[in-house]
Design a protein around this ligand. Sequence first.
Ligand code: DGL
Length: 304
Amino acid sequence: MGDTRPIGVFDSGLGGLTVAKEIFRLMPWERIIYLGDTARVPYGGKSEETIRRFGLQDARTLLDLNVKMLIVACNTVSSVAIDYLERHIKDVPVIGVVLPGARAAATRSAEKRIGVIGTAATVRSGAYAKAINSIDPSIKVYGKPCPLFVPLVEEGMIDNDITRLAVQHYLYEMVDLGIDTLILGCTHYPILMEVIQSTVGNRIQLVDSALWTAKEAQHIMKATGTEYPAAQSHSKSMEQQERQAAVKRAAGQFSADNSEGVAASRFLVSDVTPNFESVAETLLGAGLPSIEKVSVEELEEKEV
Ligand code: DGL
């Protein structure tokens, strides 16, 4: 029993590495093939048609590499194109980041006032509001696009005065709206978690869709018997591992250094940027396999 094939994970750039990190934290034995479309990032300001096309090219590139599941680790593609991808991809389960994040936020917001920050396309789509209100129509959802955050992260400007000012610029308005929960509706944003939390204050809890998406993936693999075979021998201590991971997370100490899955995974990008490598090492630890290049032309070939 079990399935040794890797999980396919894609994003427009390096943001989806936050989802990869949560996958390895929960399931250190799993292998992934990560695709970051770093040559064409950002997707967030593009038209819906382009986001759908790019999303399908990314998805098919991973499917051709024989993955057992597809995780759309990009809120923009998940918000705009998840139905489209599900219509075109029948062979493996397809999971987006919006539903897991929306569910987590809906169950946490005591005051029923949730903020969602993301790219222009994500906020314009209203996907989080729809998902949250399908769970509880009485919850008020406030969206705010934060278009400067992705370039700041892609430039490695994680904690400096410019980033701090940009966070204040976008988020003071959210604080004034009286939200008690803020969804980081872009996979790049957890990288700015500390500066965001210190700006909005501890009264507002941040929901990182990455963690909940990894849990959803684990749930589906368990239900379908497609976990990596090593998972079975680990399964007795799963609860213990989750507790340990939660303690490490609270202490901010996570490193996937000791994950056998990381070393056996593949990381593909459409443009090899120094920042991708350094963010990947920061999030996933040393011992990362070398980054591979897949050209935009190769991605485009997957459209037909
Ligand atoms: N990581 C993407 C997302 O979660 C944002 C980056 C982009 O605009 O392409 O939406």
